[in-house]
Design a protein. Structure first.
Length: 137
């Protein structure tokens, strides 16, 4: 709702927020934890973007990715290793959420799974990992 001279009129509970140097009021945030994408799905999506850029010739190689992103070549290799996971495992990983900052699985935990050459072996190792929270089927 707009009030006099373009001011906004907001009803309900408000709390002070700070955005940079500006201060203001905002509606009360929802109570309870807010589910957000976990870090591993974000890294997996980034790995697919990097691999696609390399495949299409937009980026020459992993070394160039490392220079552009400010990462080591080893870290780029670790990220791109996630793309070697079985498609169904990648789907499960992409659906993971982080609730109140609690991650269900760490990327480091998935590295040995990704290094396993057979998808059946990857599935077996993935089941052995203690992923916190329910897994989608």
């Amino acid at each position: 709702m707009t009030g006099i001279a373009g001011t906004k009129v907001v009803t309900g509970e408000l709390h002070r927020v700070r955005r940079g140097r500006r201060k203001g009021f905002a509606p009360e945030p929802p109570s309870g934890p807010i589910p957000r994408p976990a870090r591993v799905p974000v890294m997996l999506a980034l790995a697919h973007q990097i691999q696609r850029a390399i495949d299409q010739g937009e980026i020459r190689d992993r070394a160039e990715v490392a220079r552009r992103q400010g990462m080591t070549r080893a870290r780029v290799t670790q990220l791109l290793g996630l793309t070697l996971l079985a498609p169904d495992l990648q789907e499960r990983i992409l659906s993971l959420e982080s609730v109140a900052g609690a991650e269900q699985v760490a990327e480091r935990t998935l590295r040995p799974v990704a290094r396993t050459r057979s998808w059946a072996g990857q599935r077996t190792l993935y089941k052995a990992i203690r992923v916190k929270g329910p897994l989608p089927d």
